[in-house]
Design a protein around this ligand. Structure first.
Ligand SMILES: NC(=O)C1=CN([C@@H]2O[C@H](COP(=O)(O)OP(=O)(O)OC[C@H]3O[C@@H](n4cnc5c(N)ncnc54)[C@H](O)[C@@H]3O)[C@@H](O)[C@H]2O)[C@@H](O)CC1
Ligand SMILES: Nc1ncnc2c1ncn2[C@@H]1O[C@H](COP(=O)(O)OP(=O)(O)O)[C@@H](O)[C@H]1O
Ligand SMILES: [K+]
Length: 503
């Protein structure tokens, strides 16, 4: 599903109006009606509602919502923050449609002495996607005040003070939102870690905008939905055999980090790979074979680099490299040997990322369409530091272009970046913030690559399924008790999401 910038949204609005022959006021009424339907299920009718309105079309939504809630017998009051001389035309039309029972308190910078009733819920319609500069001081003060209040705080379209599609400054005031009802699509800023304290949850409200359109600026952001993945997912054919699902090789699990590659192996096997080999050392092999006898091992020595070139002569369908590899000279040699001998895309995780972060010549040898799976610490080694998520994404895009690789930026709302295109994952939860869960993801994506998923599709499907395992687990595990080794236990049910839809 697509994520649009404000300009693209406005182009979509205009196209919808012309194709459907409706006015912008009609569209606003639809938006307000749909939002109100949601609000009725969230807001108790016994608690007064304060609707905060500004001067643009977001305020128009607010005036309309105030009217519609009043019709449903809510006690509604409007706080009208007058930061401009004139309301937008549609906001003005909705202002005039307010019934007399809805009290309107006008506030401007000269008049900030107003009473907020003690117990209210709040609907924020001060700024939507139109915010393009710092908010006036008196608006900031009011938002700061309301942020301290106890009631439910619902934002319409975008929390006021948050730019929809550009970075905020760290100290910018933003409406502290329990739930944002966002029209047509979520906004890119919802997925930026610096906004996490201001947005607890969002819900997309379909207001019937038309879909495809040739925008004046290219569309580059998407968020990953199950529907998108159903187009990618390859169900197994009746006459398939283990050779149909590829042979993957995982390289890692050196002394002290034996478990990492074992976790990768378990999830790779549970992600449908036909055959799996693991290139590790003797201790890892022993534990691996006790836990997962389906895996094969390729090395009996302590040193992983000795016979690697020979092992690589076998035509593996995918290689996952780096989980617990260590940061020694041997690790560099291993990465170099893989790059010299393998022309296919490989998956690079953990210590392999460290190795290439220190060696530009090696970075230049990465096969095209390889997948890199850094967490933010590893990412800094690759692209340097950044101030905001937007800057980070720009740098990742440049890196992806330069080396022709796919970068999976692992965090809450993991971003899969392929050139200018960014795919945002919304599955998963903080249960995954536990040692080894990244190793599991590496195993899963390698297994999908081995099954002939194109690199980008393997990365997208992998992060989605990885997150689903943690979401499913919460029915019987707590976020604290969830372990990386639980990921493979829930993979069966995660894949069922797709199997069920196919049947
Ligand atoms: N047909 C449409 O265009 C629809 C628009 N809708 C609503 O309209 C909103 C967008 O409306 P607008 O484009 O009017 O934007 P806003 O309602 O966010 O208002 C921004 C207005 O304030 C000005 N402004 C921006 N930053 C400011 C600042 N820091 N200080 C003072 N003034 C500032 C802008 O120039 C603009 O006039 C959406 O977020 C959504 O809520 C919905 O009604 C759905 C349909
Ligand atoms: N709060 C969170 N919400 C969703 N996913 C998370 C969260 N925290 C971590 N994750 C996911 O868990 C994984 C952690 O990977 P990583 O840091 O490499 O772990 P490790 O190195 O221990 O294997 C990533 O896929 C990341 O996206
Ligand atoms: K808003």
């Amino acid at each position: 599903m697509k994520i649009y910038n404000p300009q693209q949204l406005s182009e979509l609005d205009k196209l919808t109006m012309s194709i459907k022959g409706i006015s912008s006021l009609n569209l606003m009424e639809t938006a307000a009606e749909k939002a109100t339907t949601e609000l009725l299920s969230i807001l108790p009718s016994s608690t007064p509602v304060v609707v905060l309105c500004g001067m643009g079309n977001n305020a128009g939504d607010g005036f309309a919502i105030a009217r519609l809630l009043n019709q449903q017998h809510y006690q509604v009051e409007v706080f009208w923050l007058k930061f401009a001389d004139q309301l937008s035309a549609d906001a003005q039309a909705n202002y005039h449609r307010l019934p007399a029972e809805v009290k309107v308190t006008e506030i401007d910078e000269t008049q900030t002495n107003f009473e907020l009733s003690k117990q209210s819920n709040y609907i924020d319609c001060i700024f939507g996607v139109g915010l393009n500069r710092p908010m006036p001081k008196f608006v900031q003060a009011i938002i700061e005040d309301i942020n301290q209040k106890k009631g439910l705080k619902i934002a319409i379209d975008v929390p006021s003070g948050m730019y929809a599609h550009q970075a905020n400054k760290p100290n910018d005031i933003r409406f502290k939102t329990d739930l944002c009802l966002s029209f047509h699509a979520p906004k890119l800023s919802f997925f930026c870690s610096e906004n996490a304290a201001f947005l607890n949850d969002f819900k997309v409200i379909d207001i019937g905008l038309v879909e495809d359109h040739n925008f004046s600026t290219p569309l580059t952001c998407h968020y990953i939905t199950q529907n998108d993945l159903l187009k990618i997912y390859k169900p197994r054919q009746q006459f398939s055999h283990k050779g149909s699902f590829g042979h993957a090789l995982l390289i890692g699990g050196n002394t002290g980090m034996h478990g990492s590659v074992i976790l990768s192996a378990e999830t790779a096997l549970r992600s449908g790979v036909g055959k799996l080999s693991v290139h590790s050392n003797a201790i890892t092999n022993q534990v691996l074979l006790t836990r997962q006898p389906e895996a094969m091992t390729t090395n009996i020595d302590e040193d992983l680099s000795l016979n690697l070139a020979e092992v690589l002569l076998k035509d593996f369908d995918a290689i996952g490299l780096g989980m617990g590899l260590g940061r020694t000279a041997e690790a560099s040699e291993i990465v170099s040997t893989v790059f010299k001998n393998i022309q296919k895309p490989v998956l690079l995780d953990a210590d392999a990322l460290y190795v290439i972060s220190k060696n530009e010549a090696l970075r230049r040898q990465i096969s095209p369409k390889s997948i890199l799976t850094p967490h933010k610490g590893e990412l800094k080694g690759l692209i340097g530091d950044w101030q905001t998520s937007y800057e980070m994404l720009d740098k990742v895009k440049a890196f992806s272009h330069k080396y022709n690789v796919i970068v999976v930026v692992k965090e809450a709302f993991t971003k899969v970046v392929c050139g200018d295109q960014v795919f945002i994952n919304t599955t998963g939860n903080p249960a995954l913030a536990t040692a080894g869960s990244g190793d599991c993801l590496a195993g899963m994506i390698t297994a999908l690559m081995a099954q002939s998923y194109e690199s980008l599709n393997a990365a997208i499907l992998g992060v989605y399924l990885h997150g689903i395992t943690a979401d499913l687990a919460l029915s019987q595990e707590s976020q604290e008790s969830f372990l990386a080794s639980d990921i493979s236990k829930f993979l069966g049910r995660a894949f069922k999401y797709f199997e069920c839809e196919q049947n």
